[in-house]
Design a protein around this ligand. Structure first.
Ligand code: FAD
Length: 439
């Protein structure tokens, strides 16, 4: 028996489905039915509110959630987005610094079905990117359910549906459950800030903040600031702080943002069409050396792997220089080796040097939060919260489970996932002979 027929069979005997049949709205409260639901002779009682969603449930209203909702909408399939924050693209609106621009050229960051406005610069500012996302959501009529944190999601083998529990924030916070045939995870690779485990950091008496809470160097005028971790965010925060005695920590790979008149990212993508990763890496490093000189002399050691290989193996993004390197060369930003421990305001580095600081900015990155709430262990790895299967095969799991935006390829990966997912769900809908109602 195929899953749909089985589901149909259950519908006839389950009060929850009888309720659905009477009211086939996009979002239908089934609270009363839920309370008297009985499966295999066991009466399930619940005080929780439960809603059935006729289209897919999407968790997260970042660019990935919006992209997949738009692709579904284009096919006439409505969806419900649950978002823990109070706005779309909360990472961009609430957790990024003021001077942020897209790290990659705009042509690699467009969402499906709607280009950036023609007058946008090659690297749009965060304000421009957010404005683009706002009009994207408006154009496709996307209205997420805000202040709704998903705390548990599990496939119900009896009902053949996903059950998603969310907690609403605020004084009236309550647990609400949603059920649907499809669950799309769009909570991002950057859902939670990574806090490093450094001896003495907890007791540091000055300001300690993660880059997700850093807005501008103006709050640190005249202060000695140590920036720990040097990805793109760390490097940019250093640049922002450099007039205020910032002291950046070790840098991984640094590449010029432009090479030979093209964006470094675009050039890499073009070379990769013909050449293997390790050859492209060599070319990039040769050009970088010609432009930047020997970075090791400034304390910026390059890892053994090339920038693209490192990205593919560890997910670490190569640093595309936006001006920080010139400040390092001029000595405005000082490079230090790894931290051994912190005692009071003093930071001891692995080379034995000891220096005092007023503040520490943790540019230590982010991690996925999926393993904390998704009970399925097939699609996502428990270890890093990313799909187990490598790109491009990690977008689809079993029983109507999907992931969007976990490709380690930024917004380009998001667009690819979103289109595939919408196509896949459309096929199932058509095969079922049901017509989407929108929503
Ligand atoms: C500083 C910075 C600059 C970047 N620049 C670029 C760039 O130039 N180009 C590029 O391609 N990529 C860039 N990236 C990567 C970028 O994060 C992604 O491309 C993009 O934001 C990913 O979108 P997303 O929707 O997958 O994840 P996010 O933007 O992180 O959105 C996920 C959403 O899910 C919500 N959420 C999380 N957990 C839950 C839960 N349990 N319940 C409900 N909601 C939840 C979050 O609140 C959030 O709104 C950058 C990242 C950073 C940090």
């Amino acid at each position: 028996m195929d899953p749909w027929s089985e589901s149909e069979g259950k519908r006839a005997h389950d009060p929850i489905f009888q309720c659905f049949n009477q009211n086939q709205n996009h979002l239908q409260s089934v609270e009363n039915c839920w309370k008297e639901r009985s499966v295999d002779g066991v009466v399930a009682r619940s005080e929780r509110t439960c809603f059935w969603v006729s289209g897919p449930i999407i968790v997260g209203a970042g660019p990935s959630g919006l992209a997949v909702a738009a692709c579904l909408k284009e096919k006439g399939i409505g969806s419900l987005i649950l978002e823990r924050s109070n706005c779309i693209a909360s990472l961009w609106q609430l957790k990024t610094y003021d001077r942020l621009s897209l790290h990659l050229p705009r042509k690699f960051c467009e969402l499906p079905l709607m280009p950036f406005p023609a007058d946008y610069p090659i690297y749009p500012s965060k304000q421009q990117f957010v404005a683009y996302l706002e009009s994207y959501a408006a154009r496709f009529g996307i209205n997420p359910m805000y202040n709704c944190t998903v705390v548990h999601a599990e496939y119900d083998e009896q009902l053949l549906l996903w059950r998603v529990s969310s907690q609403t924030s605020g004084a009236m916070g309550e647990e609400v459950q949603y059920v649907s045939r499809w669950l799309i995870i769009a909570t991002g690779e950057n859902a939670e800030a990574v806090q490093p485990d450094i001896d003495g950091l907890q007791e540091f008496p000055g300001t300690v903040l993660h880059t997700s809470a850093y807005k501008s160097g103006s709050a640190f005028t005249g202060k000695r600031v140590l920036v720990l971790g040097c990805g793109n965010s760390g490097m940019e925060v250093c640049l922002d702080l450099c007039n205020h005695n910032a002291e950046p920590h070790i840098v991984v790979h640094i590449l010029p943002r432009e090479m030979l008149g093209h964006s470094t990212f675009g050039l890499s993508m073009w070379l990769l069409k013909w050449l293997p990763v390790h050859v492209v890496d060599r070319i990039l490093l040769c050009i970088a050396r010609a432009i930047l000189g020997d970075t090791a002399r400034l304390g910026l050691k390059r890892p053994t792997f090339g920038p693209l290989e490192l990205k593919s193996l560890s997910g670490k993004t190569p640093v595309l220089d936006v001006g920080t390197f010139a400040k390092i060369k001029s000595g405005d930003i000082k490079v230090r080796p790894a931290v051994r421990k912190i005692s009071g305001r003093d930071v001891e580095f692995v080379d034995g040097q000891l220096e005092g600081f007023d503040a520490i900015v943790l540019a230590t990155g982010y991690k996925s939060n999926v393993p904390f709430w998704l009970k399925d262990r097939e699609l996502f790895s428990e270890k890093d919260g990313l799909p187990r299967k490598a790109f491009p095969n990690g977008w689809k799991g079993e029983n109507g489970l999907y992931s969007v935006g976990f490709t380690r390829r930024g917004l380009m990966g998001t667009s690819l996932d979103a289109r595939r997912i919408a196509h896949d769900i459309e096929q199932q809908w058509k095969a079922k002979g049901t017509h989407p109602r929108g929503g």
